[in-house]
Ligand binder design. Sequence first.
Ligand SMILES: [Zn+2]
Length: 217
Amino acid sequence: MILKTFIEPPIDNNNYLITDEQSKDAALIDCSAVDDDIRRELESQGAKLKYILLTHGHFDHIAGIRPGLTTSLTIPDGENNQEEKPLVVMHKADLGWLEKANQYLSMFGMPPITIPKIDIYVNDGDILKLGNMEIKVIHTPGHTQGGVCYLAENKLFSGDTIFRESVGRCDLEGGNFDQIVDSIENKIFTLPPETMIYPGHGKITSVEWEKEHNRFL
Ligand SMILES: [Zn+2]
Protein backbone atom coordinates (compact mmCIF):
# COMPACT_ATOMS: atom_id res chain seq x y z
CA MET A 1 0.00 0.00 0.00
CA ILE A 2 1.15 3.53 -0.75
CA LEU A 3 -0.13 5.88 1.97
CA LYS A 4 -0.04 9.67 1.81
CA THR A 5 -1.51 12.11 4.32
CA PHE A 6 -2.97 15.48 3.41
CA ILE A 7 -3.83 17.90 6.19
CA GLU A 8 -6.74 20.06 5.07
CA PRO A 9 -8.53 23.18 6.28
CA PRO A 10 -10.67 24.44 7.96
CA ILE A 11 -9.71 22.38 11.05
CA ASP A 12 -6.67 20.34 10.09
CA ASN A 13 -8.43 17.20 8.96
CA ASN A 14 -6.24 14.29 7.98
CA ASN A 15 -7.22 12.98 4.56
CA TYR A 16 -5.45 9.75 3.68
CA LEU A 17 -4.80 8.61 0.13
CA ILE A 18 -4.16 4.86 -0.06
CA THR A 19 -3.17 3.11 -3.26
CA ASP A 20 -2.91 -0.54 -4.15
CA GLU A 21 0.56 -0.73 -5.69
CA GLN A 22 -0.27 -3.38 -8.29
CA SER A 23 -3.55 -2.11 -9.71
CA LYS A 24 -2.95 1.59 -8.95
CA ASP A 25 -6.49 1.81 -7.63
CA ALA A 26 -6.68 4.49 -4.93
CA ALA A 27 -9.08 5.54 -2.20
CA LEU A 28 -9.26 8.85 -0.38
CA ILE A 29 -10.28 8.45 3.25
CA ASP A 30 -12.30 11.55 4.10
CA CYS A 31 -12.44 14.47 1.72
CA SER A 32 -12.14 17.81 3.50
CA ALA A 33 -10.81 19.63 0.45
CA VAL A 34 -9.48 18.69 -2.94
CA ASP A 35 -6.19 20.46 -3.49
CA ASP A 36 -3.50 20.29 -6.12
CA ASP A 37 -1.30 18.18 -3.86
CA ILE A 38 -3.78 15.29 -3.97
CA ARG A 39 -4.22 15.65 -7.72
CA ARG A 40 -0.45 15.73 -8.28
CA GLU A 41 0.06 12.70 -6.06
CA LEU A 42 -2.48 10.67 -8.05
CA GLU A 43 -0.81 11.79 -11.25
CA SER A 44 2.69 10.92 -10.10
CA GLN A 45 1.52 7.47 -8.96
CA GLY A 46 -0.43 6.95 -12.19
CA ALA A 47 -3.33 6.06 -9.90
CA LYS A 48 -7.09 6.33 -10.28
CA LEU A 49 -9.31 7.40 -7.43
CA LYS A 50 -11.92 4.63 -7.13
CA TYR A 51 -13.44 5.47 -3.76
CA ILE A 52 -14.00 8.34 -1.39
CA LEU A 53 -14.40 6.54 1.95
CA LEU A 54 -16.14 8.71 4.52
CA THR A 55 -15.54 7.85 8.15
CA HIS A 56 -18.65 9.85 9.05
CA GLY A 57 -20.88 12.63 7.77
CA HIS A 58 -19.52 15.69 9.61
CA PHE A 59 -19.00 18.75 7.40
CA ASP A 60 -15.23 18.92 7.85
CA HIS A 61 -14.80 15.38 6.49
CA ILE A 62 -16.94 15.85 3.37
CA ALA A 63 -16.43 19.48 2.33
CA GLY A 64 -14.11 18.66 -0.57
CA ILE A 65 -16.56 16.46 -2.47
CA ARG A 66 -17.70 18.19 -5.65
CA PRO A 67 -20.13 16.94 -8.30
CA GLY A 68 -17.41 17.17 -10.99
CA LEU A 69 -14.78 15.02 -9.27
CA THR A 70 -13.43 12.19 -11.38
CA THR A 71 -11.07 9.28 -10.83
CA SER A 72 -8.14 11.53 -11.71
CA LEU A 73 -9.67 14.27 -9.52
CA THR A 74 -9.73 16.79 -12.37
CA ILE A 75 -12.86 18.86 -12.40
CA PRO A 76 -14.15 18.86 -15.98
CA ASP A 77 -15.20 22.14 -17.63
CA GLY A 78 -18.09 20.84 -19.67
CA GLU A 79 -20.94 18.48 -18.93
CA ASN A 80 -19.74 16.03 -21.56
CA ASN A 81 -16.84 14.66 -19.60
CA GLN A 82 -17.22 10.90 -19.66
CA GLU A 83 -14.48 10.16 -17.19
CA GLU A 84 -15.51 7.83 -14.37
CA LYS A 85 -16.40 9.22 -10.98
CA PRO A 86 -15.11 7.92 -7.66
CA LEU A 87 -17.74 6.11 -5.60
CA VAL A 88 -18.62 7.88 -2.36
CA VAL A 89 -18.98 5.48 0.58
CA MET A 90 -20.59 6.11 3.99
CA HIS A 91 -22.79 4.49 6.65
CA LYS A 92 -26.44 5.36 6.16
CA ALA A 93 -26.99 6.49 9.75
CA ASP A 94 -24.99 9.69 9.07
CA LEU A 95 -27.17 10.91 6.19
CA GLY A 96 -28.73 13.57 8.45
CA TRP A 97 -25.30 15.15 8.92
CA LEU A 98 -24.88 15.70 5.19
CA GLU A 99 -28.00 17.85 5.19
CA LYS A 100 -26.54 19.96 8.00
CA ALA A 101 -23.12 20.46 6.34
CA ASN A 102 -23.80 23.94 4.94
CA GLN A 103 -25.06 25.22 8.26
CA TYR A 104 -21.74 24.24 9.87
CA LEU A 105 -19.58 25.38 6.94
CA SER A 106 -21.10 28.87 7.16
CA MET A 107 -20.18 29.00 10.87
CA PHE A 108 -16.57 28.49 9.78
CA GLY A 109 -16.85 31.09 7.01
CA MET A 110 -16.60 28.37 4.39
CA PRO A 111 -18.47 28.40 1.07
CA PRO A 112 -21.53 26.14 0.78
CA ILE A 113 -21.25 22.79 -0.99
CA THR A 114 -23.58 20.65 -3.04
CA ILE A 115 -24.65 17.88 -0.67
CA PRO A 116 -22.79 14.78 -1.89
CA LYS A 117 -24.68 11.78 -3.17
CA ILE A 118 -23.67 8.53 -1.47
CA ASP A 119 -23.06 5.68 -3.93
CA ILE A 120 -22.46 2.86 -1.45
CA TYR A 121 -23.85 2.51 2.06
CA VAL A 122 -21.64 0.31 4.20
CA ASN A 123 -22.28 -1.75 7.31
CA ASP A 124 -20.13 -3.43 9.92
CA GLY A 125 -18.06 -6.25 8.44
CA ASP A 126 -18.38 -5.16 4.81
CA ILE A 127 -15.29 -5.66 2.65
CA LEU A 128 -14.40 -3.24 -0.14
CA LYS A 129 -11.90 -4.33 -2.78
CA LEU A 130 -9.27 -1.85 -3.88
CA GLY A 131 -7.37 -3.75 -6.55
CA ASN A 132 -5.87 -6.66 -4.62
CA MET A 133 -6.28 -4.92 -1.29
CA GLU A 134 -9.20 -5.57 1.04
CA ILE A 135 -10.64 -2.79 3.15
CA LYS A 136 -12.79 -3.90 6.06
CA VAL A 137 -15.53 -1.66 7.42
CA ILE A 138 -15.87 -1.52 11.21
CA HIS A 139 -18.95 0.31 12.52
CA THR A 140 -17.91 2.34 15.57
CA PRO A 141 -20.85 4.53 16.66
CA GLY A 142 -20.44 7.05 19.45
CA HIS A 143 -19.04 10.21 17.84
CA THR A 144 -21.89 9.90 15.34
CA GLN A 145 -24.31 7.03 14.83
CA GLY A 146 -22.90 6.24 11.40
CA GLY A 147 -19.22 6.47 12.29
CA VAL A 148 -17.04 3.76 10.77
CA CYS A 149 -13.36 2.87 10.73
CA TYR A 150 -11.65 1.36 7.69
CA LEU A 151 -9.05 -1.38 8.22
CA ALA A 152 -6.52 -2.15 5.49
CA GLU A 153 -3.25 -4.05 5.90
CA ASN A 154 -3.04 -3.55 9.68
CA LYS A 155 -3.76 0.15 9.38
CA LEU A 156 -6.94 1.47 10.95
CA PHE A 157 -8.36 4.73 9.63
CA SER A 158 -10.39 5.79 12.60
CA GLY A 159 -12.04 9.10 11.69
CA ASP A 160 -13.14 10.89 14.84
CA THR A 161 -13.74 7.72 16.90
CA ILE A 162 -10.28 7.59 18.48
CA PHE A 163 -7.37 10.04 18.43
CA ARG A 164 -3.91 9.78 19.93
CA GLU A 165 -4.64 9.65 23.68
CA SER A 166 -8.15 10.99 23.16
CA VAL A 167 -11.58 10.14 21.74
CA GLY A 168 -14.06 11.98 19.51
CA ARG A 169 -16.46 14.47 21.07
CA CYS A 170 -19.83 13.04 22.00
CA ASP A 171 -21.75 16.25 22.72
CA LEU A 172 -23.10 16.79 19.20
CA GLU A 173 -26.37 15.30 17.96
CA GLY A 174 -26.11 11.52 17.77
CA GLY A 175 -23.09 11.44 20.08
CA ASN A 176 -22.97 8.99 22.99
CA PHE A 177 -19.97 8.60 25.29
CA ASP A 178 -20.85 5.12 26.60
CA GLN A 179 -21.26 3.98 23.02
CA ILE A 180 -17.90 5.37 21.83
CA VAL A 181 -16.16 3.63 24.75
CA ASP A 182 -17.95 0.41 23.86
CA SER A 183 -16.97 0.78 20.17
CA ILE A 184 -13.31 1.37 21.02
CA GLU A 185 -13.05 -1.41 23.61
CA ASN A 186 -14.89 -4.04 21.60
CA LYS A 187 -14.04 -3.15 18.00
CA ILE A 188 -10.64 -1.41 18.10
CA PHE A 189 -8.84 -2.75 21.19
CA THR A 190 -9.62 -6.28 20.00
CA LEU A 191 -7.39 -5.72 16.94
CA PRO A 192 -3.73 -6.86 17.08
CA PRO A 193 -1.71 -4.47 19.32
CA GLU A 194 0.64 -3.55 16.48
CA THR A 195 -2.27 -2.16 14.41
CA MET A 196 -1.46 1.45 13.54
CA ILE A 197 -4.24 4.00 13.98
CA TYR A 198 -4.60 6.89 11.52
CA PRO A 199 -7.10 9.32 13.04
CA GLY A 200 -9.18 12.05 11.42
CA HIS A 201 -7.19 14.74 13.26
CA GLY A 202 -3.77 14.78 14.87
CA LYS A 203 -0.92 12.30 15.03
CA ILE A 204 -0.92 8.59 14.27
CA THR A 205 -0.89 6.09 17.10
CA SER A 206 -1.34 2.34 17.67
CA VAL A 207 -3.74 0.00 19.43
CA GLU A 208 -1.00 -0.93 21.90
CA TRP A 209 -0.23 2.70 22.77
CA GLU A 210 -3.89 3.66 23.24
CA LYS A 211 -4.63 0.68 25.47
CA GLU A 212 -2.01 2.02 27.88
CA HIS A 213 -2.22 5.77 27.44
CA ASN A 214 -5.74 6.77 26.41
CA ARG A 215 -7.07 8.68 29.39
CA PHE A 216 -10.72 8.32 28.39
CA LEU A 217 -10.76 4.54 28.52
ZN1 LIG B 1 -16.58 14.49 13.40
